[in-house]
Ligand binder design. Structure first.
Ligand SMILES: O=C(O)CCC(=O)C(=O)O
Ligand SMILES: [Fe+2]
Length: 225
């Protein structure tokens, strides 16, 4: 019998407390900078990974890349045109990077989904979407059982891109150009723990070059796929 209330679309004291803890930790890290935007909690830290670590992850992604799929099920050719790769948590480099992401955010490792790699070649993009789960989505009941709402996203750029490939937050009217080794961390929820529409974002099409990222999504509870 499940004790979990189906509350992923509204304010929640537990999700708000998780936000408070992560914000407090990031705010006191002198290497981390908050991006100055009023409606979204988003932070960056340069040189989170070394050039060697980025190259190592790019090679792993190249070896395992498959056409990206969407949560809605289909491999939608229009919407998310990149290639993705679920990175083995047993790979030593993946394990190290995962531990470091958990350390900088202070989020319990058990809440983190497996690190996912993505590669965008020229013309590829990921159109505007939310990382939190809409509770009206057909997959929400499954997500509720597998750890609940997606709260924080941590994404690391593994390459610079000659042109394009920015991560755009259209409702906040800014975008972040890829910088190799930089981590971007944002809260997909508001201060009350409800989904925040200002967190909507897109990966702008790559105009020249190849973009590589790894993304880690954190759930509100233990992730149990
Ligand atoms: O590649 C990017 O800049 C964004 C990726 C993204 O939105 C995601 O993986 O959820
Ligand atoms: Fe996303």
């Amino acid at each position: 019998m499940s004790e979990i209330i189906d509350d992923g679309g509204v304010a929640s004291a537990a999700r708000a407390a998780m936000g408070d803890a992560v914000r407090a930790r990031l705010d006191r890290n002198p290497m981390v900078h908050r991006i100055d935007t009023p409606h979204l909690e988003i932070y960056g830290r340069q040189d989170f990974l070394s050039a060697e670590e980025c190259a190592g992850l790019r090679a792993i992604i190249d070896a395992g890349a498959q056409p990206s799929t969407l949560f809605s099920g289909s491999a939608n050719a229009e919407y998310r045109t990149s290639h993705s790769c679920h990175l083995s948590p047993w790979e030593p480099l993946v394990e190290t990077v995962t531990q470091r992401i958990c350390a900088i955010t202070g989020i319990a490792p058990e809440k983190g989904e497996t690190l996912q790699g993505q590669r965008y070649t020229q013309g590829q993009e990921y159109r505007v979407h939310c990382d939190f789960f809409p509770v009206t989505a057909s997959y929400w009941p499954r997500m509720l059982q597998s750890g609940g709402q997606r709260c924080w996203t941590a994404m690391i750029y593994l390459s610079a891109v000659e042109e394009g490939g920015e991560t755009q937050f259209p409702k906040c009217e800014f975008m972040v150009p890829p910088v190799e080794g930089m981590i971007l961390i944002w809260n997909n929820l508001d201060r009350d723990g409800a989904p925040n529409d200002y967190s909507l974002h897109a990966a702008r099409p790559v105009a020249r070059g190849t973009k590589y990222v790894v993304t880690k999504w954190f759930r509100e509870r233990k992730w149990s796929p």
